[in-house]
Design a protein around this ligand. Structure first.
Ligand SMILES: [Zn+2]
Length: 370
């Protein structure tokens, strides 16, 4: 017999007792199995229950049953699974978490070489979540509350050994100082890359700032036109179909500044077509030239930001990393958050997101570097 406390083999047992656990249903009948178990005398732990593979926890469920609930949770919200199995929603979540922990324990950890760091805005109350992902496997590795230097410090400090920190060669991050400082401190061999996804987030924010300014500057009819066009302005032209392009064109014919802002954003994206430093730099210079005389304050701010972070932007040409992974991980987590409320347990959210990558890869969109 095996001791459930320490896992060592034990011979003597003290008593026999019974446990009732819920198992998979038999036809239309709910099934409860009664199991006879030993309480063992462990030299280290004293009196302990014996460890049985089919009984993963103290909860009254068999492993088979928990696996079935966990699998159901992969495709449906906890509320639906709860109804299906006749359990409380909180019980379903607890079973799912154990199921995921068991899965996670059997996995081999890969060496982290290219990391992604991103923040997700959770809302006014909880604010930010810092997400660290492995760009090679495309899965999230760690979550931390807030987005301070200390947040990322904790990942490096507790999550990685010195050797593993040294193995990191590249990090795709936002132009956000606390992250940069933390990486510089902990990962000496890591090159910081300000990737397309993160830079374009700032470009989108600039377009939105122009939109808001126009909304307040102009009165009457213009307000009505600009209102509710946020999504349209932030969508790439190639992704707009049907009358959506027409709608934007109408807006642009009324407002040149919005047109300028939109074109600037669209053309900035072409910066990542280039794989040679010189070419990338030349294109950026021509983009900055277009800004002159436009008097678009948000874009001037963006230009300054790009120049201040130039080295990290050009690092895209120096180190090859998989692009679009940070974006995909970000999208997956947001989808999870939208579907199920109550991810107060970050560990649960992390395991869920990892499992999602492992089982439903079609959800993740990887774009090949051109
Ligand atoms: Zn023991």
């Amino acid at each position: 017999m095996v001791c459930s406390g320490c896992g060592r083999r034990v011979h003597g047992f003290a008593e026999v007792y019974e446990r009732e656990v819920r198992d998979l249903p038999c036809f239309e009948y709910r099934t409860t199995v009664v199991i006879e178990l030993y309480r063992v005398k462990c030299p280290d732990c004293g009196l302990k229950a014996e460890k049985v593979a089919h009984l993963p926890s103290k909860a009254p469920f068999s492993k088979r049953f928990e696996d079935a609930v966990g699998q159901a949770c992969e495709g449906a919200a906890a509320r639906r699974v709860a109804r299906q199995f006749g359990l409380a929603e909180s019980t379903v979540r607890a079973i799912d978490l154990r199921y995921l922990e068991r899965w996670s324990a059997t996995r081999r950890r890969t060496v982290l070489r290219h990391m992604g760091v991103d923040e997700i805005h959770l809302g006014k109350k909880q604010k930010f979540l810092t997400v660290v992902s492995d760009l090679e496997t495309g899965e999230p590795l760690w979550f931390g509350r807030e987005r301070k230097k200390e947040t990322l410090d904790e990942f490096f400090d507790k999550g990685l050994t010195v050797g593993r920190r040294r193995a990191i060669t590249a990090a795709c991050v936002d132009m956000w100082k606390p992250y940069r400082l933390s990486i510089e401190q902990w990962a000496p061999n890591c090159r910081i890359i300000y990737d397309k996804f993160h830079v374009m987030q700032h470009a989108n924010a600039a377009v939105d700032e122009v939109r808001r300014a126009e909304f307040f500057r102009k009165g009457g009819r213009m307000r009505g036109l600009v209102k509710g066009k946020r999504w349209l302005l932030l969508t790439r032209w190639v992704n707009l179909v049907g009358n959506k392009r027409q709608e934007l064109n109408t807006l642009f014919s009324m407002n040149r500044r919005l047109l300028k802002a939109y074109l600037l954003k669209e053309s900035l994206e072409r910066l990542w077509f280039y794989r040679y430093e010189g070419a990338m730099l030349r294109y950026l210079q021509s983009w900055l030239d277009q800004l002159r005389w436009q008097r678009l304050r948000p874009f001037e701010k963006l230009a300054k930001m790009l120049l201040d972070h130039l080295d990290g932007i050009l690092n895209y040409c120096r180190t090859k990393v998989r692009m679009g992974v940070v974006e995909a991980v970000n999208g997956n987590i947001k989808a999870l958050l939208r579907r199920g409320r109550g991810y107060k347990n970050l560990r649960y959210l992390l395991l869920k997101a990892q499992r999602m990558v492992a089982t439903r890869t079609e959800f993740v969109v990887f774009t090949k570097a051109a």
